[in-house]
Design a protein around this ligand. Structure first.
Ligand SMILES: Nc1ncnc2c1ncn2[C@@H]1O[C@H](COP(=O)(O)OP(=O)(O)OP(=O)(O)O)[C@@H](O)[C@H]1O
Ligand SMILES: [Mg+2]
Length: 198
């Protein structure tokens, strides 16, 4: 079992989107169940699943469950049978701390904006050395100055990051409440995660 927490102190940086796409990509690739733990009080991951079910397109192999501090602290003992557990983390507090501490890996998504990058670094700095983590650049507009500067700053600071860059796509933007039909660059993110796990 691998527990992957997706977290960032900054809001609106595709945490929920990344969790739902990664869960679907994993289930599709392996044919195995994936557990998404919705630890964000906004309950966006749960809403995403509910909207999909209301529209008659349930997630077959992805379970979305709410998670509180107690669930999170006992996660490792309780979820032994799940291959991959993805945690949609809240922006701050004890629950974020617990979600980070229980993780095998923490993904810190950031868009290609300098302001988001500051928050990503702050989030990375708060993650204990013992927990591997990396920045994932999302909603990227390759070829723009902001994108170039973001990548240069990450390289300059030697910030661990995924080689995969998730591009800004209408298909992903409209993905909320649907079962993603295509994994896009999240398939490569999974490859890289599995490389770390091995
Ligand atoms: N690759 C992408 N291309 C275009 N739009 C995207 C992409 N990824 C995410 N988005 C959009 O960005 C917005 C924020 O995404 P999301 O809700 O997943 O972020 P979040 O970090 O979970 O936000 P919150 O802090 O509110 O929980 C959404 O409108 C989503 O559709
Ligand atoms: Mg969210």
């Amino acid at each position: 079992m691998m527990i992957v927490t997706v977290g960032n102190a900054k809001g609106g940086v595709a945490k929920t989107t990344s969790v739902m796409y990664l869960a679907t990509a994993w289930a599709r690739r392996t044919g195995r169940r994936t557990l998404v733990l919705d630890a964000d009080p906004q309950s966006s991951a749960s809403l995403w699943r509910d909207m999909a079910e209301d529209a008659g397109h349930g997630f077959e192999l992805v379970d979305v469950l709410p998670a509180n501090l107690s669930t999170m602290q006992r996660l490792r003992g309780r979820c032994a049978s799940d291959d991959l557990v993805l945690v949609d983390a809240p922006p701050q507090g004890k629950l974020l701390e617990a979600a980070v501490n229980v993780a095998d890996f923490v993904i810190v998504p950031t868009s290609d904006s300098p302001l988001d990058l500051q928050q990503a670094w702050a989030t990375m700095a708060a993650i204990p050395q013992s927990v591997p983590s990396a920045v994932l650049v999302v909603r990227a507009e390759a070829g723009t100055r902001a994108f170039g500067e973001t990548m240069a700053a990450l390289d300059e600071q030697r910030t661990p990051r995924f080689d995969a860059i998730v591009r800004k796509r209408q298909d992903i933007k409209k993905g909320m409440g649907t079962v993603p039909a295509k994994s896009w660059e999240y398939a490569q993110v999974l490859d890289e995660l599995m490389g770390v796990a091995r």
